[in-house]
Design a protein around this ligand. Structure first.
Ligand code: ATP
Length: 243
């Protein structure tokens, strides 16, 4: 089975995405992985994924909603099916974004290390996986299961968020992961002799969070222009964030 066939099978890609992938050389596939709770997905997620796709020349960005996120208070998280449906609506018109239910198919907590090990089997080549995460989430990386191993399996792409700076990232990398990381200013990445590079992406700073959206909805305020209209309508129809 070719890698592209495996990709299509694994992620049920749309016809346009299949065509796009079929024309690429599978040896050079670059897959973005955007994990998160997406409770709900918002324009902060979508715009940053779009910018990273363009800046790093990714073939595809795979959104991977966590089924049971280990780091979040589960009582505030709406069921997976709602988060999945909102993502489907939000990603529908973008041929280089797609969705994976890989974390919902696994029992137990949704650990990124398990997802990355799984994807690494499909894409064994170095420099083919790019794991997107906000700088806020990256600061907590040492609390993740097997966090050192993650740096062997994927390149990280750290997304700028308001109120955070890159200095802390460099210190954290060198003190907690490896002292051999070097900052490459020209390419805005941290290179390493044996681990994958850690990219820093100065994306448009959008001070939008799912927490704020949930608060606005429960307070009866507008969320227009913070989420796609289709997502706003889904939230209104299902009342998932009311009360
Ligand atoms: P919550 O407010 O519920 O904690 P969130 O808005 O941070 O949620 P998540 O689903 O937890 O959204 O985020 C998934 C990933 O997207 C994380 O790595 C997070 O840092 C990143 N992210 C979320 N919002 C933004 C944003 N506005 N700009 C850049 N990255 C973001």
């Amino acid at each position: 089975m070719t890698e592209e066939t495996k990709t299509r099978k694994e992620f049920n890609l749309l016809p346009s995405q299949k065509e796009e992938l079929a024309t690429k050389n599978s040896d050079n596939l670059k897959i973005g992985i955007f994990g998160g709770t997406f409770n709900p997905v918002h324009f902060g997620h979508l715009r940053t994924a779009e910018e990273v796709h363009e800046k790093l020349g990714l073939n595809l960005v795979l959104f991977v909603p966590a089924s049971r996120p280990p780091h979040k208070n589960s009582s505030r998280i709406v069921p997976f099916i709602h988060r999945w449906k909102m993502l489907e609506l939000a990603l529908a018109d973008n041929s280089h974004f797609t969705l994976s239910d890989i974390e919902n198919r696994r029992p137990g907590k949704s650990y990124s290390i398990d997802t990355l090990r799984h994807l690494r089997k499909i894409y064994p080549k170095p420099n083919s996986l790019y794991f997107l995460l906000g700088i806020d989430a990256f600061q907590e990386i040492t609390t993740w299961k097997d966090y050192k191993k993650l740096f062997e399996l994927t390149s990280f792409v750290i997304l700028a968020r308001p109120g955070y700076n890159i200095r802390g990232t460099y210190d954290l990398l060198r003190s907690k992961i490896s002292g051999y990381y070097e900052y490459d200013e020209e390419n805005n990445l941290f290179s390493h002799p044996s681990l994958e590079a850690v990219h820093f992406c100065q994306v448009t700073l959008l001070d939008i969070s799912s927490t704020r959206i949930r608060k606005l909805v429960s307070g009866g305020q507008s969320i227009r222009y913070l989420v796609p209209d289709s997502v706003k309508e889904y939230i209104e129809k299902t009342h998932i964030y009311q009360g």
